[in-house]
Design a protein around this ligand. Structure first.
Ligand SMILES: NC(=O)c1ccc[n+]([C@@H]2O[C@H](COP(=O)([O-])OP(=O)(O)OC[C@H]3O[C@@H](n4cnc5c(N)ncnc54)[C@H](O)[C@@H]3O)[C@@H](O)[C@H]2O)c1
Ligand SMILES: O=C(O)CC[C@@H](O)C(=O)O
Length: 526
């Protein structure tokens, strides 16, 4: 049974994949409510209220994955999680449309004084002259951060006849052209924009991006919007510009500290409109993000690759479908290599050839390394911390793409080097036959790596195969499959046998005493 804790009121409708799984127990409540059993949870699902600090991670020694039902992961200590090998995933696009629409609603409300007009009329006044607005048509919207939300917002702004100037250091000219926006430097955006909206994460570079100095460059009457993260616009810096009338209005969905103090100075300004972090608060977005993270956690608990990990290379659904078979193959290859090469290892070289080279193979290499290290260490190893654990243990690893396919449509070749020996393995995935090991330490062979295996090095002499069968038969061990390979007739040879169940511990020694058998290794649980 896997134990999962869901906090922060994540929408239960979206959690159905987890709630319906009989091998998973899903508890719903806060960290405090379940404080006496935090050590049992393998997965933790949160929105923004739960702070996943290093201390919380320490109280959850079994934790393997933290899923954020939303985009921003600033409530999770990523460094501490990565060090511990805890995967952090988010739901990157489940609330994009809702947050975009909220931002657009804030812009429209701000320039047309809708909240102010509403409260004035509700207080019994009819003040049409006080609330003369500004048209969006023909105005320039400055978007800082052209990611998912920035991009969707630019489409809506263009539909309203606005010009769009964008600052995003990662935006290519080609993409800007396709999106029909002008890619500009930050200073230029400050000079030309009538309305500036920020859509970046809060980082050391974006904290206080709009501050006393940069706001001074903006056009008189500028409108400023923050529906991303509190702190990207420096709240204190707004005050003198609101007082002087330089700023036409401000719309904030997020605050440096949430909730803001009741007497927060910005709340006293009529030109400042606010919402309590409602960007993602729609039925649709909450269902989307809950379903996305529930699927991710379920995939993870079922040993399938996940798509939206923050501390791992990510891939799209399409890429995932393509990479899935190789993910399984690299896991098996890592495990076989680790069990065949028992001595200390200092170098692992992975080479990919054929169609595979079109994919992002970095995740496959991490997966292979995690599987290789896992059977050698008594600590949590996964794709997240495999690079740092390998480094700590003095194991260098690298990958390359090669054109040597040896006739296969795709081929993964791995060489593991130690001080005393070297071990190599080649594998491929064939749609009709599944994963196959095609070469082992220079011997051509062809077997499906599955279940309990026995690897035997022997001399190619008459009777050896029969003797192996006899010894196993005497121990009532039934051979499921058997493959033999040799380099030259009468020279060194290998056998790979597979079995339906676990083998007795001492079977290697018994077999090694058979004439012409050089070495026997059990390879368990592949
Ligand atoms: N108000 C809400 O409820 C709500 C909901 C969803 C997302 N958000 C926040 O909105 C932000 C954007 O979300 P998204 O899904 O579009 O993210 P995203 O990752 O798709 O886009 C972020 C963009 O910011 C750009 N960027 C990074 N550093 C920058 C810098 N120094 N200057 C300019 N651009 C920079 C990146 O290149 C990227 O294109 C996130 O921080 C998220 O936390 C808020
Ligand atoms: O959970 C929420 O409603 C806020 C989500 C939002 O800030 C995000 O980063 O996705």
């Amino acid at each position: 049974m896997a134990y999962v804790l869901v906090t922060d009121g994540i929408k239960e409708d979206g959690l159905q994949p987890l709630l319906n799984e009989s091998t998973i127990q899903c508890d719903i409540g806060s960290l405090n409510e379940f404080s006496d059993r935090l050590n049992q949870y393998e997965a933790l699902l949160v929105r923004s209220a739960t702070k996943v600090t290093a201390e919380v991670l320490n109280q959850m020694p079994n934790l393997k994955i933290v899923a954020r039902a939303g985009v921003g992961v600033d409530n999770i200590d990523l460094d501490a999680a990565t060090k511990r090998g805890v995967i952090v995933v988010n739901a990157p696009d489940g609330n994009t449309i809702s947050t975009t629409e909220h931002t657009f609603a804030m812009i429209a409300s701000l320039v047309r004084n809708i909240p102010q007009g509403t409260s004035s009329l509700k207080s019994g006044k009819w003040m049409r002259k006080d609330y003369v607005g500004t048209e969006l048509y023909g105005k320039t919207l400055g978007i800082v951060g052209m990611g998912r939300i920035g991009t969707e917002l630019s489409r809506r702004a263009r539909a309203f006849g606005m010009n769009v100037a964008v600052f995003d250091p990662f935006l290519t000219n080609d993409r800007a052209q396709k999106l029909d926006v002008e890619s500009v430097e930050f200073d230029h955006l400050l000079d030309v924009a009538d309305i500036i909206t920020v859509h970046t994460p809060l980082t050391d570079k974006t904290r206080g991006l709009l501050n006393e100095e940069t706001i001074a460059r903006t056009k008189k009457g500028v409108f400023l919007i923050n529906c991303a993260r509190g702190g990207i616009i420096d709240e204190k810096a707004l005050i003198p510009y609101l007082d002087s009338g330089h700023i036409g209005g401000v719309a904030l969905d997020v605050f440096e500290s949430e909730p803001p103090e009741h007497n927060h100075p910005l709340l006293g300004y009529d030109q400042v409109i606010v919402t309590p972090h409602l960007g993602a608060s729609t039925k649709e977005a909450q269902l989307n993000v809950a379903a996305q993270v529930a699927d991710e956690v379920l995939y993870f608990l079922q040993d399938k690759p996940i798509r939206n990990a923050i501390n791992l290379p990510g891939f799209s659904k399409e890429e995932y479908e393509k990479i899935k078979p190789y993910y399984e193959l690299t896991r098996k290859m890592g495990s076989i290599l680790s069990q065949c090469m028992k001595s200390a290892v200092n170098l692992v070289e992975v080479s990919y050839a054929g169609k595979l080279t079109e994919l992002d193979t970095a995740i496959l290499t991490r997966n292979l390394m995690a599987s290789f290290l896992k059977s050698r260490l008594d600590t949590t190893v996964n794709e997240v911390n495999a690079p740092s654990i390998a480094r700590e243990r003095g194991i260098t690893y690298g990958e390359k793409h090669s054109s040597e396919t040896h006739g296969y449509s795709n081929l993964i070749s791995v060489t593991v080097q130690g001080d005393k020996e070297t071990f190599s393995l080649q594998g491929t995935y064939i749609k009709e036959y599944g994963d196959r090991i095609t070469q082992l330490n220079g011997f051509d062979i062809d077997f499906h790596p599955q279940g309990h295996l026995l690897y035997i090095q022997h001399n190619d002499r008459p009777g050896v195969i029969g003797n192996v069968g006899k010894v196993l038969g005497e121990h009532e061990i039934n051979i499921a499959t058997m493959q033999v390979g040799r380099k030259t007739a009468g020279g060194e040879a290998i056998m790979m046998l597979s079995f339906d169940s676990e083998l007795p511990k001492n079977i290697e020694e018994t077999l090694e005493s058979v004439q012409d058998i050089v070495k026997v290794e059990q390879i368990g649980g592949v």
